[in-house]
Every structure is written in structure tokens, then in C-alpha cells.
Design a protein around this ligand. Structure first.
Ligand SMILES: Nc1ncnc2c1ncn2[C@@H]1O[C@H](COP(=O)(O)OP(=O)(O)OP(=O)(O)O)[C@@H](O)[C@H]1O
Length: 242
């Protein structure tokens, strides 16, 4: 095994993966720099989710390597991969999956509580993130009393609350209306930039991919290009402090 370049926080080499014999990734390699927002762009079924799951250690590719901060992820035991995910990575699903019995702030605080953090400290940090994401006023509501866009903001706060090294966002705004989509994405990218959180953002939407610093495209599980997407103006727009 050859270690990846030092300036990449996350690095994958020649990933191959099949689901029930059907190929989802075919020799995908990429590097993600620290603090970068990288879009993984491609049509439905092109392998974006499979790639994010391999990069985040949820799934071990059939073939190929994944490295995080110069340590191999693909050779870790399941227990160590889970620890890595819990301590260093955040994840946002297309559909916000919140615990229905818990309030918004309790949902947002979950990663800190699971780590054994104090109740008071976890609540304070969760409240800060809910405020940054313009949802602080809903902190005491349960998920059923929230709109879909509000639930997705709570899920975003939960993913950011532990200030992960890398945030994986899998079509985070796919189920939202256009106006909500822009708001959630703006706060997500601004929060990531202000806290130097690296983001890997899967999307089939070119407008969403354009918010990233760089975009890699997948078609039928293969990489087809790599583009710098954020011009100076775009960066400025996304750097609003939250
Ligand atoms: N658990 C699974 N079992 C069988 N096939 C799967 C499974 N997960 C994904 N696939 C298939 O693998 C291919 C890649 O799927 P993947 O979800 O990674 O793509 P995607 O680009 O994220 O798609 P989408 O935008 O629809 O989520 C598709 O053909 C999909 O049908």
C-alpha cells in the first residue's frame, strides 16, 4: 500500500463495488483536500451514494483503498470503522431521519450525548447550531410538528454538532422545495467553510454542484471529469457567516 498525498484529508484509489453482482463503482479514484467542499455529481443510479458510503467507511468496497488522514480505512475492523464514523465523520441523508420521541434540540445533540458528553454541554452546543441554522425557535418541538425543511435543518445541525472532520451529505436537499433548498445549502456550506469542515456532497443537481469548490462526475459508476466550480463571487456568496 502506498500512502496518499499529505494534503488530501480523504483519498480513494481505484474503488470497485457491486451490489448483488451489479456494478455500482468501477475504478473510482479521488482525493479531497482539507476544508474543501467537493460535489460528487451524476444522474440517478450513477454510484454517488455507494461512493459516499465507501469513503465514510459504512461500506468496504470489493476492491480498492480508502485513506483518511494518511490512515487506511479499508483495512480497519468494523468496530474501528464505526468509531471513526462516530468521532470524525458526519452524515446527512436525503430524508431527515430524526428520532420521533425526541425534541429538535435532543435530536441535534444526539452525537454528543452518545459520546458521553454532559447533558448541559450537549444542549448548549446543539442550541448554538440550531440557532446558526435558523431553527432555534423550534428547539423544543418534536419532528412531527416541524416542516420537512425544518427537519432537514435539525438533521444538518445533528451532523455538524460534533464539528466533524468530514461531512458527507447525500442529496441533502433532494426532498425540499427550491426556496428551502437554497436556504439549507447556504447555511450548510457557510457553516462548513467557517469551521473548516470538509464536505463531500452528492447531488444530481448541477445548481447544487455549483456551490462546491470542485466537482467530480460519475456516470455508470465511473468518473468522467473533474471541474473547479466555485468562482470568487460564488465563494463570497457562500461565505456568509452563520
Ligand atoms: N443495496 C443495493 N442493492 C442492489 N443494488 C443497489 C443497492 N444500492 C445501490 N444499488 C444499485 O447500484 C447502482 C448505484 O446506486 P447508488 O445509490 O450508489 O447511485 P446514486 O447515484 O446515489 O443514485 P440515486 O441518486 O438514485 O441515489 C444503481 O444501479 C443502484 O440501483
Amino acid at each position: 500500500m502506498v500512502a496518499p498525498p499529505d494534503n488530501d484529508v480523504l483519498w480513494a484509489r481505484s474503488l470497485h463495488h457491486s451490489h448483488s453482482g451489479s456494478p455500482a463503482l468501477v475504478g473510482v479514484s479521488l482525493g479531497v483536500r482539507e476544508g474543501e467542499i467537493l460535489a460528487v455529481h451524476g444522474p440517478r443510479g450513477s454510484g454517488k451514494t455507494t461512493l459516499l458510503r465507501c469513503l465514510s467507511g459504512q461500506l468496504v468496497a470489493d476492491k480498492g483503498e480508502v485513506w483518511f488522514n494518511s490512515s487506511p480505512v479499508h483495512t480497519l475492523t468494523p468496530v474501528l470503522r464505526e468509531r471513526l464514523r462516530r468521532h470524525r465523520f458526519g452524515w446527512i441523508d436525503p430524508e431527515p431521519t430524526l428520532v420521533p420521541e425526541l425534541t429538535a434540540w435532543e435530536n441535534a445533540a444526539l452525537p454528543l450525548l452518545l459520546r458521553g458528553g454532559s447533558h448541559r454541554g450537549a444542549k448548549a452546543t446543539a442550541m448554538e447550531w440550531l440557532d446558526r441554522l435558523d431553527i432555534g425557535a423550534c428547539a423544543k418541538k418534536r419532528p412531527h410538528a416541524l416542516l420537512q425543511a425544518q427537519r432537514q435543518r435539525v438533521a444538518t445541525a445533528r451532523a455538524l454538532v460534533s464539528t466533524p472532520s468530514v461531512l458527507f451529505a447525500d442529496e441533502p436537499t433532494a426532498t425540499l422545495h427550491r426556496a428551502d433548498r437554497a436556504g439549507v445549502l447556504r447555511t450548510l456550506t457557510a457553516a462548513a467553510r467557517s469551521h473548516r469542515i470538509t464536505v463531500v456532497l452528492a447531488t444530481h443537481d448541477p445548481e447544487v454542484a455549483a456551490l462546491a469548490d470542485r466537482s467530480v462526475s460519475l456516470v455508470d459508476g465511473r468518473r468522467v471529469n473533474s471541474l473547479a466550480t466555485a468562482d470568487a463571487e460564488g465563494r463570497a456568496e457562500c461565505s456568509l457567516s452563520v
